[in-house]
Design a protein around this ligand. Structure first.
Ligand code: SF4
Ligand code: MG
Length: 332
């Protein structure tokens, strides 16, 4: 697979009264064309910030403080605001938890889509735009009788499909879904997840799925990136990571999912400790205060994000040699 997005050394800093907060801290990874990448972690780990940063939607008092975002070979950090607006609308699309905040309550489904086309393709006639809208709506399984509906007349799952349609009608290459299924009930959520997979297969679109729901990621993603306190701590294909999680945080996170079938929801394991306050992040490995395997080196130095023989990336001293590390190194 080719690379669609290459993120290099990306940092996002919030400037607060009590000092800078590194919400995303020197993160590097790639998103492959046509894949579904799940980005998981507890709330506050920086996953939403990272998603927004990929579209340069970071606003003061926060800023992208380092790094490059190479989209299909071009560094979008070099784009001016006008080029960036066009890029966001045309090549990417973002779906949020509550589509009501992004849909216009006074606008019908068809008008949303027609307007999206006409804003980015001013030369397209209304008739042509409506034709494209109709074809897409049918492919999304929305039902043509919904074209004239207003957002409040649609179910939550249906609204999310309209949001997805807004991206697809302009042939977006990357869809970023941030907790897009979270407010839906379990059945509707599973159905929407299925549909997103189908949409990926049919349209060849790339999907970044940001969620705290690791079971959902197990079901629908091809690869997963696990974030903790502003760092990507583990990344790999679903089977490798779920079968043999390497990072102690991933192990804890997976331990908190009793079964992938979403049974036993009430028996959730709670990982001891709290995510750190990022105004004063822990030194070395940011997970060390919560880690059962912490060694002396862990609080002194930050490990690298290293590739293992299985092709996964892991950010942990257990898998990395260092002269200061006296403990036995586990090899994988
Ligand atoms: Fe635990 Fe050390 Fe690995 Fe961090 S680097 S996860 S503290 S073993
Ligand atoms: Mg969030």
């Amino acid at each position: 697979r080719d690379t669609l997005v290459k993120v290099e050394d990306l940092s996002v800093t919030y400037h607060t009264r009590i000092g800078p907060v590194s919400a995303v801290d020197h993160v590097s990874f790639e998103i492959q064309k046509g894949e579904i990448l799940g980005l998981v972690g507890e709330s506050g780990c920086g996953k939403s910030t990272l998603g927004k940063a990929l579209m340069r939607l970071i606003e003061p008092p926060a800023e992208i403080s380092s790094g490059h975002i190479i989209f299909d070979g071009e560094d979008i950090m070099q784009y001016d605001e006008e080029k960036m607006r066009d890029f966001r609308g045309r090549r990417t699309s973002m779906i949020f938890q509550d589509p009501m905040t992004s849909l216009n309550p006074m606008q019908r489904v068809d008008d949303h889509l027609v307007e999206a086309i006409q804003v980015h393709e001013p030369k397209t006639k209304r008739e042509k735009a409506l034709e494209r809208t109709t074809v897409l709506i049918e492919r999304l399984g929305i039902g043509l009788n919904r074209l004239g509906s207003y957002p409040h007349q649609l179910s939550g799952g249906m609204r999310q499909r309209v949001m997805t349609g807004l991206g697809l009608v302009l042939n977006a290459e990357l869809i970023i879904a941030d907790e897009a299924t979270t407010s839906l009930d379990v059945i509707v959520e599973a159905k929407l997840a299925d549909q997103l997979r189908e949409i990926r297969d049919e349209f060849g679109v790339t999907l970044l799925m940001i969620t705290h729901n690791i079971a959902l990621v197990a079901e629908m993603a091809d690869r997963v990136a696990v974030m903790y306190a502003g760092h990507v701590v583990e990344m790999g294909d679903i089977y490798t990571v779920f079968e043999k999680p390497l990072h102690p945080y991933t192990q804890g996170l997976l331990g908190s999912v009793p079964s992938i079938e979403l049974n036993d929801r009430d028996e959730l394991f709670k990982m001891p400790g709290e995510p750190p306050n990022l105004t004063h992040p822990p030194t070395g490995c940011r997970f060390h205060p919560r880690c059962q395997h912490a060694m002396p080196i862990c609080s002194r130095l930050e490990p690298d994000l290293l590739k293992t023989s299985s092709g996964s990336l892991v950010h942990c001293w257990l898998y990395q040699d260092h002269p200061e590390k006296t403990e036995k190194t586990l090899k994988v």
